[in-house]
Design a protein around this ligand. Structure first.
Ligand code: FAD
Length: 311
């Protein structure tokens, strides 16, 4: 069994298979697992450049989160964000948001500890058989955004192709802004409404718990789509918008921009995963609301379905 993609969905699926004694390997094109639960190090300190936090409502996911918490990897962050909009700034209570002191990627790495993940392994093609890059296998799981899966799927695999082609995705740019000092009024994270450029800004030092003067801003899909070819050129505009929003007196020392061409699905797929008679499985956050918990549940459910099919 081959799982392509070591984001949370792929790793959750592989873990389910491995726990049932099914031989499985995971192939990941990046240097590290994690996918959109992405943390990048700046001068040795990780900042979350993908998902900003996660929330928990599924009892099965809650058990996993408890494991992460017990291992010192996850912590409750805040249930209160601020909201900026036409009516000014106000506090908005919401669900408890969880963060990871070592970055959200550390959670996927922890989950992947018992499954064989090969990194730096770009998969190029999935053909009927099923075969992955020419190798036959019992089944193949594509755990990634639909447009990335579409690049791999032979059109003869009609059922899976139809599912990925029905998905719609929106882009985001993530700007990591490192300042000399924490010069902003106390806040944890902000939803920015009706803004031409910003959608959220989070205090990365607060969510990490080390108080570092680092903010991470996510842009609107509209702004991102105009800068996909040259995301770094958007850095000055992102910095200006954040300084303006939070009335910051000093410029950032360093701004890094990360491009997410497929940040979030905009249409929820049916069910929690796809598995067809061709032996192709699809998992990820497109099967529900675009959330960390959705990705985990999708991978877990597909793993269980594959175990059931093999039995
Ligand atoms: C900017 C941003 C902000 C977000 N904010 C939040 C939030 O606050 N809260 C929340 O709950 N969720 C948030 N999300 C969503 C959350 O990150 C995702 O739901 C979740 O991480 C998706 O996991 P996944 O495993 O489905 O996909 P991914 O994490 O995308 O994993 C797919 C993996 O497949 C790999 N891959 C792709 N193609 C190939 C190939 N050909 N060969 C080998 N490997 C391949 C990729 O490298 C990647 O590692 C956010 C996402 C983004 C981008």
């Amino acid at each position: 069994m081959v799982v392509v993609g070591a984001g949370l969905a792929g790793v959750a699926c592989a873990r389910e298979l491995a726990a049932a004694g099914v031989p499985v390997s995971v192939r990941e094109r990046a240097h590290v697992p994690g996918g959109r639960m992405a943390s990048r190090r700046f001068d040795g300190r990780p900042a979350d450049t993908g998902a900003a936090y996660f929330t928990v409502s599924d009892p099965g996911f809650a058990l996993l989160v408890e494991e992460w918490r017990a291992a010192g990897l996850a912590r409750e962050w805040t249930d209160t964000f601020v909201s900026y909009g036409r009516d000014g700034r106000r506090e908005v209570p919401g669900p408890m948001r969880w963060a990871a002191p070592r970055g959200l990627r550390s959670l996927v790495e922890h989950l992947a500890r018992d499954v064989p993940v090969t990194v730096d392994r770009l998969v190029l093609g999935v053909e009927p058989g099923p075969r992955v890059d020419g190798d036959p296998c019992a089944a193949i799981v594509l755990a990634m955004p639909g447009p990335q899966a579409a690049l791999l799927l032979d059109p003869a695999l009609v059922a899976a192709t139809a599912v990925v082609e029905a998905q719609r995705w929106s882009p985001t740019l993530a700007g990591v802004l490192r300042f000399p000092d924490r010069a902003w009024a106390d806040f944890r994270g902000a939803f920015v409404n009706d803004h031409p450029l910003l959608s959220t800004v989070c205090d990365d030092g607060d969510r990490r718990g080390d108080g570092a003067p680092v903010l991470v801003a996510h842009t609107t899909p509209e702004f991102a789509s105009r800068h996909l070819l040259q995301p770094t050129a958007a850095a000055p505009a992102i910095e200006e918008a954040v300084r303006d929003l939070l009335a910051l007196p000093e410029p950032a020392e360093h701004v890094h921009v990360h491009r997410w061409t497929y940040a979030k699905p905009t249409v929820a797929g049916r069910g929690t995963y796809h598995l067809d008679a061709d032996g192709i499985g699809l998992a990820g956050d497109a099967f529900g609301t675009p959330r960390v918990q959705t990705a985990w549940r999708s991978g877990r459910d597909l793993g269980r379905a594959l175990v059931g099919r093999l039995a």
